[in-house]
Design a protein around this ligand. Structure first.
Ligand code: ADP
Ligand code: MG
Length: 499
């Protein structure tokens, strides 16, 4: 007997070509600026947006004879990040000089880590919307200096140099080639950024350039060895990462199906045209003449330092999501949305835990209001949870007023709107504006009698077709200014209409 293959509801990860299906292989190198007051090897400030060349020490300007001194906080931040990525922390790492010339690099080399990085292999898991969990291997994390910036638009026939960024600490986080679609790559970046923000080790602000990704893309037929990759440099938004991958995969498939060969090269993504362009042929490690920096001793970490940092890690998104699903019986989807940012998760928990006398509020109801009303509104207005006009305490009181029948769900939304625009105590707002739900049966009966008396034709309709009762409910709610208890209205109407 023929058994039909079980239909999978999972979206295919393959890309169609004229010679069949292709698998896209993606690996990323993320440059994350370390959150720290001072630079990696100098005491100069890392503040963003200062006047050009106002945060530059003699070390950052590479004056002769200056000596770099490792910033202990940057080192701790890298270890924290490694621990958050469930990675191996290397007790001994080495700083190397990566030699190249560029006008924004006065040293003539970048201090980086090459053969012995501070953090080894780790892992990030991502939960895709179709329910699949994708594990992305982390190859390594190393510390390195950022370069300065060339300013091309300040002068008609000269480029100027701003060294404020010179020497700021970066973590380069390199993944294994474990990603298979643009959506997975985007979800990976969002998850990595979320973990770094929870840890407080990187602000993750792509607009300010403190979280940027180089994306490596190759294509192959299923089961074939890895294809030749192209690296797309410095893509600065998650959306652009998705576009760059899709464009680049298509470009490579077309070349191979045309009988051509992929050259390993570095490409640039042009967001205006949504395409990638060749920048240079790929450089090799030996082009940089790496050697250990003679001004810096190998970095040795004591087991007690690592253990101490481990002990003080915050609860991270995966653990928080599991706890929310377990303790609050939330769906994976709701939990994902709530834990994406630490501040959002805290807001939700304050609503749940802050009931009167420490009573717990209904988590599912709280999640619905936080996700739909609050986040929905924040998104529409481009606002941020940290400046939400309705506090967790205020939202909690609105839920209480709804829970004890003081106001209906519809009025609760009105009260939310009033608190959002005018502020104030929801309880006082309900009293001052007379928004209490009318549960006084006598008052509701008067309204119902009035409508029934004035509309004999509609009464006949309702007797013939009980669904027509909806019209009466609507009229009664309207007449009460939305304040009548809908259940009482319904019951009274059924009685009066003999349904
Ligand atoms: P390089 O510095 O030469 O770019 P790295 O080792 O720093 O090399 O980074 C290599 C990146 O490219 C990693 O993210 C890795 O996962 C990815 N990668 C390696 N081979 C492939 C391939 N065939 N296709 C796609 N990505 C790849
Ligand atoms: Mg690289």
């Amino acid at each position: 007997m023929d058994v039909p293959a079980k239909k999978s509801n999972k979206k295919s990860k393959l890309t169609k070509g004229i010679t069949g299906d292709w698998e896209v292989v993606i690996g990323m190198e993320v440059h994350a600026q370390v959150t720290s007051q001072a630079k990696l090897f100098s005491g100069a400030s890392t503040a963003f947006g200062g006047e050009a060349n106002s945060h530059v020490s003699l070390v950052d300007a590479a004056m002769p004879g200056m000596l770099p001194v490792i910033n202990a906080e940057c080192m701790r931040q890298a270890v924290r990040t490694g621990l958050g990525l469930k990675a191996k922390i290397n007790p001994k790492s080495v700083f190397d000089r990566k030699n190249y010339f560029y006008p924004d690099l006065p040293q003539g080399y970048q201090i980086s880590q090459y053969k012995q990085p501070i953090v080894g292999e780790g892992e990030v898991t991502i939960d895709m919307p179709d329910g699949e969990t994708v594990r992305v291997g982390i190859e390594r994390l190393h510390l390195e200096q950022d370069a300065g910036k060339l300013l091309h638009e300040q002068h008609p026939n000269m480029s100027l140099v701003d060294l404020n960024r010179s020497g700021v600490a970066l973590m380069e986080i390199v993944t294994k080639p474990d990603l298979r679609t643009a959506d997975e790559a985007k979800a990976f970046l969002a998850k990595l950024r979320s973990v770094l923000r929870y840890l407080g080790t990187c602000d993750g602000d792509m607009e300010k350039g403190n979280f940027r990704a180089d994306v490596n893309v190759s294509v192959r037929k299923l089961g074939a060895p890895l294809g030749t990759r192209c690296e797309i440099k410095n893509v600065n938004s998650i959306r652009f990462v998705g576009q760059a991958i899709e464009h680049e995969a298509r470009r490579q498939i077309d070349i191979i199906e045309d009988g051509g060969k992929i050259e390993q090269e570095t490409r640039l993504f042009d967001p205006d045209k949504s395409e990638t362009r060749s920048m240079r042929t790929k450089e090799e490690a030996h082009d940089y003449r790496y050697f250990p920096d003679p001004d810096l001793l190998p970095l040795e970490l004591s087991p007690s330092l690592i253990a101490d940092l481990q002990k003080n890690l915050p609860e991270l998104p995966d653990a928080k999501k599991a706890r929310f699903m377990r303790d609050y019986a939330l769906s994976g989807y709701d939990a994902d949305v709530l834990v994406a940012e630490r501040e959002m998760a805290e807001y939700f928990e304050t609503v749940v835990k802050g009931g009167s006398a420490g009573a717990r509020r209904d988590p599912k109801l709280a999640a619905n209001w936080v996700i739909n009303e609050l986040f929905g509104r924040l998104n529409r207005e481009g606002e941020d949870i940290t400046t939400a006009p309705v506090s967790a305490e205020q939202l909690g009181v609105i839920l209480d007023l709804m829970g004890d029948g003081t106001i209906s769900g519809k009025i609760a939304k009105d009260v939310f709107e009033i608190v959002w625009t005018e502020g104030g105590d929801p309880r006082a707002i309900v009293e001052a504006r007379g928004l209490r739900q009318v549960t006084d049966l006598g008052a509701i009966e008067k309204i119902v009698d009035d409508i029934v008396g004035k509309n004999p034709d509609k009464v006949a309709d309702a007797k013939a077709n009980p669904k027509a009762i909806g019209w009466f409910v609507g009229q009664a709610m309207k007449a009460s200014g939305g304040k009548a208890n809908p259940q009482a209205v319904n019951e009274l109407l059924r009685k009066k209409l003999g349904l």
